[in-house]
Design a protein around this ligand. Structure first.
Ligand code: ASP
Length: 597
């Protein structure tokens, strides 16, 4: 780390000094991390990017330096020169890499003073996030932030090195472009030179990377910024970073293999212990029926089971009704721990939040018995059938949802995760990666009932295109610890299939031509079979760093409400600027949104 040294401010990095340096005269530079004034001696921990070193100021040997040191405050910027001396045996600090030595200072210069910091830099206590984001420059000095950014650098460097070895070419794609549908709203940028017209910021480089394949690049990657204007769900950012890649003349296995190599090298660099690749693959349908969602946390059990066949002839209305409506009855064996009523109420609330009418709970008793509000509505055989389906034994708690398949999955999937967390079922340091494959190609839009592409409409379908509901797609997602960290697909590479998919999602031919004509034309110009994937870099680094918020691994993130507390963006602009781009704003209504007047 010593390139460019010595210079005017330092000969050495503070954190690199060791007892072998004793006797050398060195110059260091950085921030006043902590100062202790012992009447006679003054001690300063000087911090630079590499760590800390203790400076000691003796009043007799260096009176001028001593009096300067006496007046210094936390976070002042200094450079100091002095001799490295071994500390007395009793003074060695085993917790500090430089703890065997200190610097006996003979000269010091104050380079810049610092206001009292808004929060202490020398401890990692909790600080209100808004205060941290408003004072990000100070926040970045804290060990937790600087180590996260260094880890992020190691991860991206590893990605670049691995992909370089595999023959991938880093190509930049435009940020001012046209809408790329990834399921979110576009950010729009008004054009001054074409007033009334707009660029869209890319939701992903999807179409450009496909054009690069038609262009013969064969193996492309980019660490790309993507923009999606969504109502922020917890821990999303309106602009975020993807590792985006695409390959020609490949099928699913080729892309998956490359991604396993990339991630293996990342996990190694980040010292994250993940079982060795190849990672297990699970179909989408299996993931839903066993875990209730398509990003299963396979690090603990409590899997979902279908108990419907045990209740096929039941007269209990809640169960019979669900089955008659084409729904399912699914359950979880939650084991034999004592569960207070308040927890059962909390689990019921989770089920309701995910659309279920309620949650049936039952403790297994001797002889087909259920201790449950609904036990009396079932026959012995039905109760025993459910117990058998859930492989439950006396004392076990069974949790059951009767509803549509989607609702039962969502409700029990969420309950399962809640139980996993509540009971601490995932051991510290336990990580699991797996692939989800065989997605449905389309899903019904909840608002208007139309088909929409589950991945995106450039994904190759498998099956009979004339029956959209039955189609599967050649998509794959990579899941780490119950988090979807990436996804991709083999693409459509002929115009006919692409048009058929557009038609299935209700995009008329002329509209498809208007929006995606450049892609359709490329598909007529000799498009190789191709496919790719994108990884969410922010989330990946957060998992590697053991942070729960992606904002902790982004230097300058937006707040949870999509604002930038640091710069104040977004802000109003000068009316003249608006005129230049042919825009006028509407007055705000009482909610701060544009109104109609
Ligand atoms: N463009 C996709 C996304 O951003 C990834 C891919 O299909 O490669 O999710």
């Amino acid at each position: 780390m010593s390139a460019g040294l010595p210079n005017r401010f330092r000969t050495d990095w503070a954190g690199d000094l060791r007892d072998g340096d004793a006797g050398r005269e060195v110059r260091v530079a950085g921030w006043v991390h902590r100062r202790r004034d012992h009447g006679g001696l003054v001690f300063i921990d000087l911090r630079d990017r590499s760590g800390l070193v203790q400076l000691v100021f003796h009043p007799e040997d260096a009176s001028e330096a001593h009096s300067t040191a006496h007046g210094l405050r936390s976070e002042d910027v200094i450079t100091a020169i002095g001799q490295v001396v071994a500390r007395d045996a009793g003074q060695v600090n085993p917790d500090l890499p430089t703890g065997a030595i200190e610097l006996s200072v003979k000269g010091i210069q104050l380079l810049a003073g610092a206001e009292t910091p808004p929060f202490p830099v020398d401890e990692d206590g909790p600080v209100d996030e808004l205060v941290r984001l408003r004072n990000r420059a100070v926040d970045l000095r804290r060990e937790s932030m600087s180590s996260a950014l260094k880890l992020r650098h190691r991860v991206t460097r590893t990605i670049r090195n691995t992909l370089d070895e595999l023959g991938f070419v880093d190509v930049e794609t435009p940020v001012l472009t046209k809408s790329t549908p990834e399921g979110a709203r576009d950010f729009l940028v008004p054009s001054r030179t074409s007033p009334g017209e707009f660029f869209a910021l890319p939701q992903s480089p999807q179409l450009f990377k496909q054009l690069l394949m038609v262009g013969g690049i064969e193996r492309y990657y980019q660490i790309a910024r993507c923009f999606r204007d969504e109502d922020l769900r917890a821990d999303r950012q309106p602009e975020f970073t993807q590792l985006d890649l695409e390959m020609s003349f490949v099928d699913e296995d080729d892309v998956i293999e490359v991604m396993e190599q990339v991630l293996t090298s990342v996990f190694e660099a980040a010292e994250l212990k993940v079982p060795a690749a190849p990672w297990p693959r699970m179909t989408h349908a299996e993931s839903i029926s066993r875990f209730g969602n398509d990003r299963p946390d396979t690090r603990f059990g409590l899997e979902l089971r279908d108990v419907g066949s045990a209740l096929a002839g039941t007269e209990f209305k809640v169960f019979a009704g669900a089955l008659a409506n084409g729904g399912v009855i699914w359950g979880i064996n939650a084991g034999s721990t004592e569960v207070p009523r308040s927890e059962l109420d909390a689990l019921t609330e989770i089920a309701k939040k995910h659309g279920a009418g309620g949650l049936v709970w039952a403790f297994v008793e001797e002889g087909s018995g259920w201790r449950s509000p609904v036990g009396k509505f079932l026959t012995d055989a039905e109760r025993q059938g459910v117990i058998d389906s859930l492989e439950a034994s006396t004392g076990d708690l069974m949790l059951i949802v009767a509803d549509s398949r989607d609702v039962a999955a969502a409700a029990l999937g969420a309950i399962r995760l809640d139980l996993g967390e509540r009971r601490g079922l995932v051991a510290q340091g336990h990580h699991e990666a797996l692939w989800i494959t065989d997605f449905p190609m389309f899903e019904r839009d909840s608002a208007d009932g139309r088909w929409t592409a589950l991945h995106h409409p450039f994904t190759a379908p498998s099956g009979d295109i004339s029956d959209p509901g039955s189609l599967h797609s050649r998509a794959y997602d990579i899941v780490l610890d119950g988090v979807e960290i990436g996804g991709g697909s083999i693409r459509i590479h002929d115009q006919e299939t692409q048009n058929a998919v557009f038609e299935a999602i209700g995009l008329a031919a002329d509209e498809a031509e208007e929006r995606f004509g450049f892609l359709l034309s490329a598909l007529r110009q000799g498009a190789p079979p191709h496919g790719g994937i994108a990884l969410g870099l922010d989330r990946l680094v957060a998992i590697c760093a053991g942070r729960s918020s992606i904002r902790d691994v982004i230097a300058f993130p937006k707040s949870a409400s999509s604002q930038d507390p640091l710069t104040g963006a977004p802000t109003a602009v000068d009316p003249a600027q608006l005129r230049e781009v042919g825009l006028a704003t509407l007055p705000k209504d009482g909610l701060g949104r544009p109104g109609n007047g």
